[in-house]
Design a binder for this molecule. Structure first.
Ligand code: ARG
Length: 577
């Protein structure tokens, strides 16, 4: 938030020096290296260059016009024309004091808030949710949480794959091979078995393939029996998905699957043809992107030669529906990297169709989860790993660790802690790497209590809470508001921690702007590290008077930021471990 104050002061100074400049791009960010200062702006170099001026001179002129003496004790021109800001200790103290009084937590609500649709998870019906869906679910949920925390109006929508050619085979299986007892026990496993059975048979027996085709056509024409079977499959799958979402703490405002858009597909195709955006090619309706060097060689089919619509048609209808219904400023789609071409084509088609639309469309894609062998993560037998089994194992492994560390805690409490730690570890391991790279799934690494892991951060949080438990044991009352006035970081370890707290808001904003939760992970990891340094260098409970109160307030703020940050990642925080 201090970076926003500095930003507006800096923008005013730039306006004074370069009256014609667009100051919207004049931004201030934390210094990558604290050696050079607390905040930095590199915006003046581009402004100077565009005007043929010497960047260092422009930076110097702006620095002289800058009215920020209450915030900074030094503003320097550095390198080719950077401005480095050194905060006054009083400015740091005032911001921390306001936070301790509960006025903010180092971020300000987005003004104005934007309406943002997040399309994520979106598993396919009659198939188990596997680890491939885990990244979309965890990443999408985290982005939704961060955006909500920043005050945006977020709408989450689960675009279920609940329509498509797989239902022909599934219905053949359901009608001829269903094992009702197995369906009762584990519905999704039974549906998966049916699909595999028929799929396998259809590879060698053309009659089976033909039967599946006919069942599909009947379903598409609205045959009552087939629709009833399809609905039942949908319902059974939804149960399984809901159980996983409840476990992961993921919530959807809407679950509008692909089938929801069926009645709209015809009009989408007709309109694209009528507007000359799609044209016939080999019997199919196709959108060509001749003016786009990247997509020129990749025309998009929006209606197959047999007249059927496809994934792209459905996504176009979905986009139109979302715009009409929610009028979003932005729509974020979270899927794996293999769908990049699909989204490029879909966005480009949409821009031709609605050139006036101002909505931002973002495909937030991610890489794969690999096994230790560097190949896609599978069970030993080579099957895809089911998400539910994986979460069970995470909790079991975490229970062993918690039981070793804290055998004195009652079992129910150890289980509850293990649940938070196990799920937290899985989520954090997924959010920490750059989302576009593949990562290797590693139980020991993700569950380690040291290093950049969820358990380490959860543990750091519990350590701070234990300080306050000890305080309570002495019978002393803790009043955060009263202690706020004593928050005056002075020694280096206090100052380093305090300055890092100030950057929480900037971190959240960057996560939202670049759709990268890994920034928040690394921010929290560094916060925990600076807290450890502080706690080693500065006695807290052993201190007395104002120093003690101020340090306790610093501990409390650290705990609050850790907790809010972990919750934004979708990770719960136990009180003890
Ligand atoms: N169901 C799709 C899949 O599992 C993902 C859907 C993503 N969202 C979208 N609007 N296309 O591959």
């Amino acid at each position: 938030m201090l970076h926003h104050f500095l930003e507006s002061r800096l923008q005013a100074a730039v306006k004074a020096v370069l009256p014609d400049a667009d100051v919207g791009s004049v931004l201030v960010r934390p210094c990558p290296d604290p050696k050079f200062g607390d905040y930095q702006s590199n915006a003046l170099m581009a402004l100077a260059k565009a005007r043929g001026l010497n960047p260092r001179n422009v930076a110097g002129d702006v620095a002289r016009k800058l009215d920020a003496a209450d915030l900074c004790d030094r503003v320097e021109v550095a390198g080719p024309g950077f401005l480095n800001f050194h905060l006054r200790r009083t400015a740091v103290a005032h911001t921390l004091q306001a936070a301790a009084r509960g006025e903010h937590l180092f971020f300000t609500p987005a003004a104005p808030p934007r309406t943002i649709v997040v399309d994520f998870s979106s598993p396919n019906v009659a198939k188990p949710m596997h680890v491939g869906h885990i990244r979309s679910t965890i990443l999408g949920d985290c982005l939704a949480r961060v955006l909500r925390l920043l005050g945006h109006r977020v709408i989450t929508d689960n675009h279920l794959g609940d329509w498509g050619t797989q239902f022909g085979k599934l219905i053949v299986g359901w009608k001829h091979h269903l094992d009702p007892a197995a369906l009762e026990r584990d519905p999704v496993a039974e549906m998966e078995r049916l699909y595999r059975l028929v799929n396998h048979a259809s590879e060698t027996d053309p009659a089976v393939l033909e039967a599946a085709r006919q069942e599909l056509v009947k379903l598409q024409r609205g045959d009552a029996d087939n629709l009833a079977i399809w609905r039942r499959m949908l319902e059974l799958s939804q149960h399984q998905f809901d159980a996983i979402y409840a476990r992961l703490g993921v919530r959807f405002d809407h679950t509008l699957g692909e089938s929801f858009y069926n009645p709209r597909l015809h009009d989408v195709v007709a309109e694209l043809i009528a507007r000359g955006i799609a044209r016939e090619s080999d019997g199919a309706q196709v959108v060509f992107f001749d003016d786009d060097p990247e997509l020129k060689a990749h025309p998009a089919i929006i209606q197959k030669s047999d007249g059927a619509a496809n994934y792209a048609t459905t996504d176009l209808a979905t986009l139109a529906y979302r715009l009409e219904t929610w009028r979003p400023d932005e729509i974020i789609y979270v899927t794996d990297g293999r769908q990049q071409l699909h989204f490029k084509q879909m966005f480009a088609t949409f821009r031709k169709w609605h050139p006036e639309a101002r909505v931002t469309l973002a495909h937030v894609w991610f890489g794969s989860i690999l096994g230790e062998d560097g190949k896609p993560f599978k069970t030993r037998a080579g099957d895809t790993i089911k998400l539910a089994d994986l979460l069970d194992e995470a909790e079991e492994r975490a229970l062993r660790i918690v039981s070793m560390k804290s055998p004195e805690l009652p079992e129910t409490e150890r289980r509850e802690i293990a649940r938070m730690v196990g799920l937290g570890a899985v989520k954090y391991q997924d959010l920490l790497p750059n989302r576009q790279s593949d990562y290797v799934f590693n139980w020991d690494k993700m569950l380690a209590l040291s290093g950049n892991t969820a358990p380490y951060l959860q543990y750091a949080f519990t350590r701070i809470r234990s300080i306050f438990r000890k305080l309570a044991e002495t019978g002393e009352a803790w009043d955060a508001r009263a202690a706020a006035a004593h928050l005056r970081p002075a020694v280096p370890a206090e100052l380093a921690l305090a300055r890092h707290l100030l950057n929480f808001g900037h971190t959240l904003e960057t996560v939202a702007a670049e759709y990268r939760p890994n920034y928040l992970c690394n921010y929290l990891y560094e916060l925990a590290g600076r807290f450890t340094d502080f706690y080693e260098a500065c006695p807290v409970l052993k201190e007395t008077g104002a120093t003690r109160a101020g340090r306790l307030a610093l501990c409390d703020l650290t705990a609050r930021v850790l907790q809010t940050g972990l919750h934004a990642l979708g990770i719960e925080t136990p009180e003890r471990m």
